[in-house]
Design a protein around this ligand. Structure first.
Ligand code: CIR
Length: 264
């Protein structure tokens, strides 16, 4: 049976731009190398395609250094897509750039148009609900408008916290299947996953909590062997992809794609 929270026919990615060196980062750990980033990105796209999905790779947008992180510009559900309103001023324009690509694939594309802010990285869609972490990028007004929009498609939205100093809610968690999430201990301690089965990232490997379940695969950043072994032992088919350059900009596996199966 197909699961709407992780069975996908489509994905959209965007090539990293040369301006990626100016991308936002909480702490400067070095300038990303564009060639290495491009190689990792190509590996990521290959992994998505290997599951049989149709993957569109959009051209780089030089005007938006963080535009490779397409996840933050929109939220895709089966019934329709919602264009976000990113809380980072330098990223606000990315949302309008994404809209026409989704309009070409979906019957219904809605927009956050009020004063609130919301980024896709703060939204975890599970089989039964949509969890949204308030963060430095996502505020109450943004969530309220989003919740009102997706109510028409029958989605329940639950507001949760993002740990202090963590960029996005999903920086610290990801969906593994209809009842299981991968999360850092610090996020799980908030109680937001009560009712779910939770696998914890291994001690010292918190930076790999942001994986994606994409059809048969769990795609995770390379270099986190103890968490990888745990996922394999739990029965998941794991694919590792290099993420050293995106990580310099606080990016992980989910931010590099929009994943969806449009109904229309
Ligand atoms: C930013 O700070 O917005 C980017 N440098 C990283 C965005 C990562 N996006 C995500 O996890 N969804």
């Amino acid at each position: 049976m197909a699961h709407k929270s992780y069975s996908f026919t489509h994905a959209i990615c965007r090539k990293p731009s040369r301006s990626i060196v100016d991308g936002l980062r909480a702490v400067d750990t070095g300038t990303p190398d564009l060639d290495v980033f491009a190689q990792h990105h190509a590996d990521y796209v290959r992994a998505l395609r290997s599951t049989g999905a149709e993957v569109t790779v959009l051209d780089a947008l030089e005007a938006f250094p963080d535009s490779v992180f397409v996840e933050d510009a929109a939220l895709c559900l089966q019934e329709g897509a919602v264009i976000m309103r990113p809380g980072a001023p330098s990223r606000l324009g990315e949302a309008a750039e994404m809209a026409p690509h989704l309009e070409a694939l979906y019957g219904e594309v809605l927009r956050i148009e009020g004063d609130g802010f919301i980024e896709g990285g703060d939204i975890l869609t599970t089989e039964r609900e949509i969890l949204i972490g308030l963060s430095a990028r996502t505020d109450q007004a943004g969530v309220d408008e989003f919740a009102k929009l997706v109510d028409r498609w029958g989605y329940a939205v639950r507001i949760v916290d993002t740990p202090e100093g963590v960029l996005h809610f999903k920086t610290d968690c990801s969906l593994l299947d209809e009842e299981t999430v991968l999360a850092t201990k610090r996020l799980d301690a908030s109680g937001c996953f009560d009712g779910y089965k939770v696998l914890h990232t291994a001690e010292g490997e918190e930076a790999c909590a942001n994986t994606i379940r994409f059809n048969n695969l769990v795609i995770m950043p390379a270099g986190f062997p103890r968490t990888r072994d745990q996922l394999v032992a739990a029965g998941y088919e794991v694919r590792e992809v290099g993420n050293s350059e995106a990580a310099k900009l606080d990016g992980g596996m989910s931010c590099l794609s929009l994943r969806f199966s449009p109904n229309a």
